[in-house]
Design a protein around this ligand. Structure first.
Ligand code: ATP
Ligand code: MG
Length: 502
């Protein structure tokens, strides 16, 4: 069911009945997709539905198993990303790969350097082209700065600049906003709007459904590797979109809150260092404590300081009735204080190892055989299997490589790894980054179960205000390294939180 858009924009790309097999996994089972000149096409589907796989096929990262691809009415079979780029198809990946100590300038022209007649790199020309492109999308970034000094949002802007310089016709963005703040997202939207006026064709993936009507004209829904339909934005309500994505209704987005007074698990007094200012708070059992604030409020840094990653100038920390001072994250984990990172790719997972390896990594002590200096393989498998099932990771078995899982399923491995360590305090930093609506609820249920049954403390750091409000029993708002407000459940709303965050 494909309806004509009122502007009759030209179809740039046409994919029909695409299949893709990875070993014994059939990731795509007959998916169709169109992209149109001057329009933004959303691709929606659950974690593991096949969105990234489809984008990787369009951009030459992977080859299709079968199906038809037309680009500007010609058969299109890109052999690799360079090939696709040359033809004008550029992808900005779900997990950016640009972080290194190269300058912005070198990074942008890497692999497609402009040369002088003598064959040397023409830096002057490259610099002027880059400056012009940055100006075009009104981005103020120094071309000589190193890539790793940029924020995720800035790195993304550089990727977009790259696409502009390559004169891309089709620009694919795979979850570009999952690590952006509201303000950065709006900036990205301005750039996308501008690209649409220049007749670029955008393909846009996001699990934040509220973004779709703001930036897209059309949407394609896929479920479990199959094509569900192509629709005009506005044709379906959000609940209808969700029902088509997951194949059932998801009405209640959060579990009901319950109250049972708990005891004090952690008290932090007068914590300060070069970026934190006199932090005081308490975490109780059977309670979910939220940390809200803008990007840069230093919430992540606060908890990384507590687990010994940063220097503390002053701190008194009472944990389970005793004064402690963690020297390292491993020391914290040994004492059952677990921080679940927001950066699963760099800090969280061993992407080249199996699901089993990753789940048991922080709980190796559980599998030690008494009196022997060895690990029980059977115990390890049983344990990983248990948490694999508990967190509903979508994969055929625990021996699959973590890096081959879809983004949302990698996030679940990270959570399984944390739960397996039997923490007494668990700090979730952006627990649902890149997780679809249905699986989000599954993760919230896991957090609730922990709250109810473990007598432990839970902290949730999140940029997603509906998540903070829907999930937490109490919220602390941070701004520039200080706690500015404590908000109780009865007075929790977006305006109040934002008032103390900005
Ligand atoms: N290189 C690979 N090897 C084996 N299986 C793979 C590979 N890449 C993807 N898959 C599998 O293909 C399926 C689709 O994954 P894909 O990453 O396309 O999902 P997605 O829709 O992008 O999900 P998410 O929203 O979580 O990012 C998954 O079952 C995944 O494990
Ligand atoms: Mg993906």
């Amino acid at each position: 069911m494909i309806k004509e858009h009122k502007n009759k924009n030209l179809k740039i790309l046409r994919l029909k009945n695409i299949f893709k097999k990875f070993g014994d996994v059939m990731a795509l089972k007959g998916v169709s997709l169109n992209s149109y000149e001057g329009l933004c096409m959303a691709v929606l589907g659950e974690n593991g539905a096949g969105k990234s796989t489809l984008m990787n096929i369009i951009s030459g990262v992977h080859q299709k198993t079968s199906g038809e691809m037309l680009y500007l009415n010609q058969e299109y079979i890109p052999k690799n990303t360079k090939d696709a780029e040359k033809l004008g198809v550029v992808i900005i990946h779900q997990e950016l790969n640009t972080v290194n100590d190269m300058t912005v300038l070198d990074n942008v022209f890497l692999g497609s350097e402009i040369r002088t007649n003598l064959g040397t790199i023409n830096y002057k020309k490259q610099l002027s082209i880059l400056k012009e492109a940055l100006q075009e999308i009104e981005i103020n970034i120094d071309p000589m700065i190193e890539m790793n000094k940029l924020s995720v949002a800035e790195q993304q802007m550089i990727e977009i600049t790259k696409a502009i310089i390559r004169d891309a016709k089709v620009i694919i963005m795979d979850e570009p906003t999952s690590s952006l703040s509201n303000k950065e997202t709006l900036k990205l939207f301005e750039v996308i709007k501008k690209m649409k006026t220049q007749n670029k064709s955008i393909i846009y993936i996001s699990h934040r459904l509220q973004e779709i009507p703001v930036i897209c004209e059309r949407m394609t829904i896929i479920r479990d590797g199959t094509f569900i339909g192509e629709y005009l934005v506005g044709e379906l309500s959000e609940d209808e979109i969700i029902a088509k994505m997951v194949g059932r209704n998801v009405t209640e987005k959060f579990p009901a809150k319950f109250k049972k007074p708990g005891q004090k698990i952690l008290e932090v007094r007068a914590l300060s260092n070069s970026f934190l200012k006199n932090i005081n708070f308490q975490v109780n059992s059977n309670e979910i404590l939220g940390f809200a604030g803008l990007v840069g409020a230093k919430r992540t840094e606060l908890f990384k300081t507590l687990i010994g990653l940063y220097q503390k100038d002053n701190l008194e920390m009472i944990y389970l009735g005793k004064e402690v001072n963690f020297k390292s994250p491993n020391h914290a984990i040994r004492k059952n204080f677990y921080y679940v990172t927001e950066d699963r790719k760099l800090e969280g997972l061993h992407l080249n190892e199996s699901i089993k390896f990753n789940i048991s990594l922080s709980s190796i002590d559980k599998f030690k055989v008494k009196f022997l200096n060895s690990i029980s393989n059977a115990k390890e498998i049983k344990n990983s299997q248990f948490y694999f099932q508990k967190t509903l990771i979508k994969a055929p078995d625990i021996d699959r490589i973590a890096g081959n899982l879809s983004g949302g399923n990698q996030q679940k491995v990270l959570i399984a790894k944390a739960l397996s360590a039997n923490p007494k305090i668990i700090v979730f930093d952006e627990p649902t980054r890149g997780v679809d609506v249905g699986a989000r609820r599954e993760i919230y249920d896991l957090i609730y179960e922990f709250k109810k049954n473990n007598n432990g403390g839970i902290v949730v750091i999140s940029n997603d205000l509906p998540e903070i409000i829907g999930l937490c029993d109490r919220v602390l708002v941070m701004k520039k390294g200080a706690i500015t407000k404590e908000i109780l459940e009865t007075e929790m709303d977006q305006e109040t939180i934002l008032r103390y965050a900005i």
